[in-house]
Design a binder for this molecule. Structure first.
Ligand SMILES: NC(=O)c1ccc[n+]([C@@H]2O[C@H](COP(=O)([O-])OP(=O)(O)OC[C@H]3O[C@@H](n4cnc5c(N)ncnc54)[C@H](OP(=O)(O)O)[C@@H]3O)[C@@H](O)[C@H]2O)c1
Length: 252
């Protein structure tokens, strides 16, 4: 009997990562959930196992290269890596943005993705059929006022995905980039505005049906489960009410 393929999901403690872990598990992968908050990924792994699927949890900060390398030693082969850990800090204009925020966003979104991808690439290649997903954003494709540091970091992640695809062509690993627009997750905007839930709520105010974490997880799972020779290079997904980063229809 063939072994169950393994999928590693970073940032699986909330939002899109948690939803993706649930959906990949239901699609037949043994999912390895990683994030810094151990209690949350352990609870989610228990939920997935109770549902009759397979999951384990491993606490990991993607910016800690030594910890990432240690984590990677557990894998001789790996089918799927979803680089989802990331996020935004602040919405200040370039003129006044805090360089510390810019640095942290670059560290998490770009270097975090680089760390995990480098560490797990041998196992993905060794599987003979590996898939790397990079969860960038429409902020990685065009800019918007107040996006500054996040836009710069997500452009970096986009470039990482594009460059890696060029460099590893001919190996049995594909690189899929999923770039969502507005997704209403419980933590993304609250983290961006450092716990200010009023400011966070304004991001989605009057928008008829922003995307949900499940919508994006569905997109990721669809892309990952295409036949091996089919590479979805870049998939942009937005809610119907959003035509661009700055053109959003609001009813109020
Ligand atoms: N929501 C949106 O509108 C939207 C749109 C486009 C793209 N995205 C991207 O989609 C991804 C997920 O976003 P989301 O909306 O689901 O946000 P979220 O709910 O805030 O989730 C972010 C996840 O990243 C993890 N994380 C953050 N820093 C980490 C680190 N240093 N090491 C390991 N894990 C870390 C967090 O877990 P811990 O805190 O437990 O470590 C959490 O699980 C992000 O890359 C985000 O930029 C979001």
């Amino acid at each position: 009997m063939a072994a169950t393929p393994i999928a590693v999901v970073t940032g699986a403690s909330s939002g899109i990562g948690a939803a993706t872990a649930r959906q990949l598990a239901a699609a037949g992968y043994r999912v390895v959930l990683t994030a810094r908050r151990k209690d949350r990924i352990e609870a989610l792994a228990a939920e997935i196992n109770e549902a009759g699927h397979q999951a384990t949890a491993y606490a990991l900060d993607v910016t800690d290269r030594a910890a990432v390398d240690e984590f990677a030693t557990a894998f001789r082969t790996l089918a799927v890596l979803v680089n989802n850990a990331g996020g935004a800090l602040g919405a200040d204009p370039v003129a006044t943005g805090d360089p510390a925020d810019w640095r942290q966003m670059y560290e998490t979104n770009v270097i975090g993705t680089l760390n995990v991808t480098q560490a797990l690439l041998p196992a993905l290649t060794g599987s003979g059929d590996g898939t790397i997903v990079v969860l960038s954003s429409t902020a990685g494709l065009s800019t918007y006022e107040g996006g500054g540091g996040y836009v710069a970091a997500k452009h970096g992640e986009h470039v990482l995905a594009e460059t890696l695809r060029l460099e590893i062509v001919g190996t049995p690993v594909r690189v899929i980039e999923v770039a969502p627009g507005m997704v209403r997750t419980e933590e993304f905007a609250t983290t961006r505005f450092r716990g200010d839930t009023e400011k966070a709520a304004k991001v989605y105010a009057g928008v008829d049906a922003p995307l949900t974490a499940d919508d994006v997880a569905d997109t990721i799972t669809w892309a990952v489960t295409r036949p091996s020779h089919v590479n979805i290079d870049l998939l942009v997904v937005r809610p119907r009410a959003q035509a661009s980063n700055s053109k959003v229809h609001r009813t109020s």
